[in-house]
Design a protein around this ligand. Structure first.
Ligand code: PLP
Length: 383
């Protein structure tokens, strides 16, 4: 966490109060929450009344997908949800849940080899079936391979057909220029821990007048869109972190992209057959993202070997019951299954330094050699 966010969190934890209560502590907590809402809105280019506070990005994505879907089933049934094959599971899984339980029909827009969605694939869907479409959901930038999506174009096409658009901007806030009002989208997801704030805090920024059926029912907080006592310490810390991330964005994006470029060069130098995935053009990728596949390696083995040397990274895909599952993002990009198994994502952030990159540069060559030897000997054992 950013120090100013941690300080805000701890300070607020020391003064408990329920922002819905009318007594002095409650009114104080309400003031804190509304100031935080204003700070967050200013950082995101929205009006404070458009901010629906949630317990993280997953909840905001669920509220957007299910809430919009249900709200759009009016006199006319609209079963279609249009999204992409590379969304985070916080979007894909609610969509699949709607398919399974509510008779929805999912349309997954394809992506190209760098993971960018094809807006031309959206046009015919909307031209043929706009009246059947409940919503379009396209992420602002991909969390695995860092590819930036053409969200403004998507919003433009959807608007022509009167279809609301959600974007998961969890990875974009504080790294890419982002202005909710100018973006053309109807709602946008934010998560605290991606901007140096606390885990378990987030928001769905929803255009005024957007009809959302709540997922959580109860005390009617957040204009009825999200019931539950507001976590004032988390909200304050989230807003402080987001404001700081956005204020520092321009300089940080350049600094971190430079470090990322050094990291990419160092990895390719040490492991010449490693393949950089996502957009090789820095303009089309998140500044802090470097994603590779290492032929002949298991991503998990690399992860543990690097971890033992103090380098923490991610395979970027799910592991179910101990069985590694290749990333749906890489498969959608057309990466062959055996290559997708050797995926590793390095994420840089506001704390990253040149020393971190140097540590990885030292470790990656020997680690890949060791993982390949292990892969060969287990293949021999299986034979
Ligand atoms: N969406 C994206 C693109 C993410 O990267 C993440 C988290 O990694 C989420 C949603 C989920 O957010 P949270 O962890 O706040 O629930």
């Amino acid at each position: 966490m950013r120090p100013e966010a941690l300080e805000a969190l701890v300070d607020e934890l020391a003064s408990p109060g329920n922002a819905s209560s009318l007594h002095t502590s409650g009114r104080r907590a309400r003031r804190t929450v509304e100031e935080a809402r204003e700070r967050l809105a200013a950082a995101l280019g929205s009006s404070p009344s458009e901010v629906v506070l949630t317990a993280g990005g997953t909840e905001a994505d669920n509220l957007a997908v299910k809430g919009l879907y249900w709200a759009r089933q009016t006199a006319r049934r609209r079963p279609v949800v249009v999204t992409t094959a590379v969304e985070h599971h916080a979007v894909i899984d609610p969509v699949e849940w709607l398919v399974e339980h509510e008779g929805a029909e999912a349309v997954y827009l394809p992506v190209d080899a760098v993971g960018r969605v094809d807006v031309d694939a959206l046009r015919p869907v909307l031209a043929a079936r706009a009246d059947d479409v409940a919503l379009v959901s396209v992420m602002w930038a991909n969390n695995e391979v860092g590819t930036v999506q053409p969200v403004a174009e998507v919003a433009g096409v959807a608007r022509e057909h009167g279809v609301p658009v959600h974007t998961d901007a969890v990875q974009a806030v504080g790294w890419l220029p982002l202005d909710f009002a100018a973006s053309g989208v109807d709602c946008l997801t934010v998560s605290g821990h991606k901007v140096g704030g606390p885990v378990g805090a987030g928001a769905l920024v929803a255009r005024r007048g957007l009809d959302l059926t709540p997922v959580l029912h109860g005390g009617g907080q957040e204009r009825g869109a999200r019931s539950g006592t507001i976590d004032a310490p988390a909200v304050r810390a989230l807003s402080v972190a987001a404001a700081r991330a956005v204020a520092a964005r321009e300089a940080e994006a350049v600094r971190v992209a430079d470090l990322r470029d050094d990291l990419v060069a160092a990895v390719l130098d040490a492991v010449p057959d490693a393949v950089l995935r996502g957009d090789p053009d820095p303009a089309g990728r998140l500044p802090g993202n470097a994603h590779f596949t290492f032929p002949g390696c298991e991503g998990d083995s690399l992860l543990y070997l690097l971890d033992a040397r103090g380098v923490e990274c991610s395979v970027g895909s799910a592991c179910q019951a101990g069985v590694p599952k290749p990333s749906h993002v890489l498969l959608a990009m057309g990466v062959p299954l055996h290559d997708a198994r050797g995926a590793l994502r390095f994420s840089l952030g506001w704390t990253s330094t040149a020393d971190d990159v140097a540590a990885l540069a030292d470790a990656i060559g020997p680690v890949v050699q060791r993982a390949r030897r292990a892969g060969l000997s287990s293949a021999r054992a299986r034979a």
